[in-house]
Design a protein around this ligand. Structure first.
Ligand code: GLN
Length: 263
């Protein structure tokens, strides 16, 4: 019995050594990640973030998700994604549920009071999506029409500012369905996302009004005062802007099909 125990412990020791050796060799050869960065997003915003069967980080894919992954890689950290409602992102930053928010988020003065923003990485603006035969040709033509926005997006702020009444939906897809089904006349939403929806749904077109809708800049938000993380993020963004990676991603994901089959 004694002998059996000794053999057993030798086998166990050998197994342990093997495991330890594998772990060591793994960490030296593939550069094992040291910790993680938890990014919050709202994966309802193609081409920036959406859910597919297999994305760049788990089931999440899109321009922002690829940027988050690169920021993780640049800092030898694993980029993790927490999917939540867009309206919850700033609160989640504040209470530490997430480290950073990457969600096609426009830098606004109101948001700047609550969080710190990185360098901007993408330029956008609000546009109107209408049916192909619509007579809406400029923002003021929306007056008296059935307007739909997405709750908490900058599009809502724009329509509010114009003083028109509107209905708000939680998801862009719901808003587009409303338009496709003829239940509303116009959806106000960010330009790149509008391009995507118009490409994916027949019979729609985009109307721009650059006099009414200002340019917007997307940036990554961190909790106020989190300078270390902000510096790391800014370094990566600067690199990705300089080496053309962001433009590359924008072109790639503008053409990608957003596979909703896993939802
Ligand atoms: N850019 C818009 C905003 O910041 C919409 C962002 C989003 O839906 N993810 O409000």
């Amino acid at each position: 019995m004694k002998k059996f125990t000794r053999v057993l412990s030798m086998v166990a020791a050998a197994a342990l050594m093997a495991v330890t050796f594998t772990a060591c060799s793994n960490s030296s050869s593939s550069g094992e990640k040291k910790g993680s960065i938890k990014f919050g997003t709202n994966a309802e915003f193609p081409p920036f973030e959406y859910v597919v069967a297999k994305g760049v980080i788990g089931e999440f894919d899109g321009i922002d998700m690829a940027i988050a992954k690169q920021i993780g890689d640049d800092n030898n950290k694993e980029a993790k994604i927490e999917n939540m409602e867009f309206d919850s992102l700033l609160v989640a930053l504040d209470n530490g549920k997430i480290d950073a928010a990457i969600a096609g988020m426009t830098v606004t003065d109101e948001r700047k009071e609550k969080v710190d923003f990185s360098e901007p990485y993408y330029n956008a603006k609000q546009v109107m999506i209408v049916k192909e035969d619509s007579d809406i040709a400029k923002a003021s033509d929306m007056q008296g029409k059935k307007i739909v926005v997405i709750q908490g997006y900058t599009g809502e702020t724009c329509v509010k500012k114009l003083g028109y009444s509107y209905q708000s939906f939680k998801k862009g897809t719901e808003a587009i369905l409303e338009l496709v089904n003829g239940k509303c006349d116009v959806v106000v939403i960010d330009s790149a996302t509008a391009d995507k929806y118009v490409k994916d749904n027949k019979g729609l077109k985009i109307v721009e009004d650059n006099d009414q809708f200002d340019n917007e800049e997307y940036a990554i938000a961190v909790k106020k005062g989190n300078k270390d993380l902000l510096d790391q993020i800014n370094k990566s963004i600067k690199k990705m802007k300089e080496n053309g990676k962001i433009n590359e991603l924008a072109a790639k994901y503008a053409d990608a099909t957003t596979d909703d089959s896993s939802k």
